[in-house]
Design a protein around this ligand. Structure first.
Ligand SMILES: NC(=O)c1ccc[n+]([C@@H]2O[C@H](COP(=O)([O-])OP(=O)(O)OC[C@H]3O[C@@H](n4cnc5c(N)ncnc54)[C@H](OP(=O)(O)O)[C@@H]3O)[C@@H](O)[C@H]2O)c1
Length: 282
């Protein structure tokens, strides 16, 4: 996905947990938005967004014409494979006259991040720790069984609200002044899974059980759900031996936006319907 201001003042955007928020925040800042998606019919983006079909793995399909600012992914596709087209996409962006770019970190130094930070663009790397929206993976289990099954009860994460990722990206792209910086993005507190489950229980108004899985059980479930083994290794390794960056709260969101980062309790209230039986899944 990517975003940018077109010759007539529009910006480009997309459909995911984070991307959708970037689009909304750019609109809120009065920008016009162009969104790139592989399936325009399923994009469900606001009517004022210019939705174009493109595939980041095929740079020739990405229209940078007239774009002045871009938000870029580092991983793409159903298996979150690393996007190897970074150098070509960045070159195209430079040639088209793009001035600013934010790039979403994905847990390691990627080819896309290398290309962006070596470019002539005014770049900013955004390093969100775990998204609060990762909790949506528990929605079905909560609706059906009233429980959350996860390993590593001890592990804490400084989860960030995806709306704050979008707001920071939009502020950086629109206002500038953040070139050459790498920003770790966290929420206002570090929470364990049992603490997140307690917040969800409060939001839905009934008790949700936390069941601690073994690592082997979690691995088997993720593989059975079709996740590639190397992705499972990375995800479980991150949770088991989380680096300090993953659980240390930083003030970047407030520094950039001038207001506090949003809490998981708020996220849980916003998404409570997804965890309530009979309330639907969207
Ligand atoms: N979840 C976390 O805790 C976390 C933490 C740090 C970083 N991240 C990174 O954040 C990124 C976004 O996460 P998310 O939760 O927002 O993802 P998501 O909801 O799964 O959305 C993925 C987005 O990528 C787009 N996309 C995928 N492949 C594409 C391609 N080949 N061409 C064009 N667009 C493509 C999808 O667009 P269409 O399907 O509409 O084409 C969709 O908008 C991930 O790649 C991840 O590496 C995540």
């Amino acid at each position: 996905m990517f975003y940018g201001r077109c010759h007539d003042g529009s910006r480009c955007g997309a459909t995911g947990n984070a991307g959708r928020q970037v689009v909304n925040e750019l609109l809120a800042l009065g920008q016009r938005v162009r969104a790139v998606t592989r399936n325009a019919a399923e994009s469900h983006l606001p009517a004022q967004v210019e939705v174009v079909e493109g595939d980041l793995t095929r740079p020739e399909t990405i229209p940078f014409d007239g774009v002045t600012a871009v938000h870029m992914l580092t991983n793409a596709g159903a298996d979150y494979a690393e996007l190897l087209s970074g150098p070509d996409l960045v070159k195209q962006a430079e040639e088209a006259g793009v001035r600013r770019i934010t790039v979403l970190w994905s847990g390691h130094r990627s080819a896309m991040e290398e290309a962006v930070t070596a470019s002539s663009l005014e770049w900013t790397v955004l390093r969100p720790v775990d998204f609060m929206s990762n909790a949506l993976v528990w929605a079905e289990s909560v609706r059906v069984k009233g429980e959350v099954r996860e390993p590593f009860a001890y592990a804490r994460s400084a989860l960030v609200h995806e709306g704050d990722i979008g707001a920071v990206a939009a502020a950086v792209l629109v206002r500038g002044g953040h070139g050459g910086r790498t920003y770790t993005l966290t929420g206002p507190e570090s929470l364990s899974v049992p603490e997140q489950v307690a917040a969800l229980s409060a939001a839905v108004g009934r008790e949700i059980r936390y069941v601690e899985q073994s690592e082997a059980e979690a691995r088997a479930e993720m593989l059975a759900a079709g996740r590639p083994a190397e992705v499972v290794d990375v995800l479980l390794g991150w949770k088991r031996d989380m680096p300090a960056e993953g659980y240390t709260v930083v003030s970047t969101v407030e520094d950039v936006l001038g207001r506090p980062a949003r809490s998981f309790a708020l996220w849980a209230r916003e998404h409570a319907g997804r965890f309530i039986s009979g309330a639907g899944t969207r």
